[in-house]
Design a protein around this ligand. Sequence first.
Ligand code: SF4
Length: 254
Amino acid sequence: MLFNKIIFGPVKSRRLGTSLGVNLLPDDCKLCNFNCIYCECGFNFTKPDSHLPQRDDVKRILKETLTDFNRKNEHIDTITFAGNGEPTMHPQFAEIIDDVIELRNSICPTTKVSVLSNATLINKPKIFDALQKIDNNILKLDSGIEDTINLINQPVTKFSLEKTIENLRQFKGELTVQTLFFRGKYKGVEIDNTSDKEVAAWIEAIKKIKPKSVMIYTLDRPTPVKELYKADEQRLKEIAAIVENLGIKTQING
Ligand code: SF4
């Protein structure tokens, strides 16, 4: 499933309410520095004439859209950066965040600004600073075990779990960790990030990161790898209870 517009929706998000999407990736391909086996956009692919949206176009179309919703008296809970890949890969991500905050403040001041990111580029000061300005800084961590991350998220470039955890810690609690739990098999290897061993390692990572909240969810849409299955609802509740016991607010999206 690809988002074929720069501004899409609004969609009713399980996690965020009425969410107006911002896609900073090409509208005809999928571009990410992860290649998650569960990604609802499918595996990465590019086309020769694909291009990233221009900053000015994002600002103009978002302004028109927000103004239109305002005129109709329809409330948007959040403007959410998501779309066909990793939003922080856009070279003007930080500047676009500034534009979006400016538009939000002038047109719909109660609307939140959210970013769903895989956290791979938060070591870059410009991106780190931009994420500190938004309301919902939602960063992915699907396992506390490096081999499992490599299997699930298929990083395209060099990845270090230890460095990622350290970088996440730098937000000093101003982040939400988002984790997708599921089980299945990929290339003959069994995956279950809800197992006792997996959850124990992930909880250790959460203890180090100390996020203000955690979002736990499971598969909801078709995945590029077929042999993947939803996590058991009861198990999600058990995992959430362990996080809540640490004093961290936890939301389950079945
Ligand atoms: S990080 Fe997000 S966009 Fe990138 S492959 Fe994974 S699920 Fe898809």
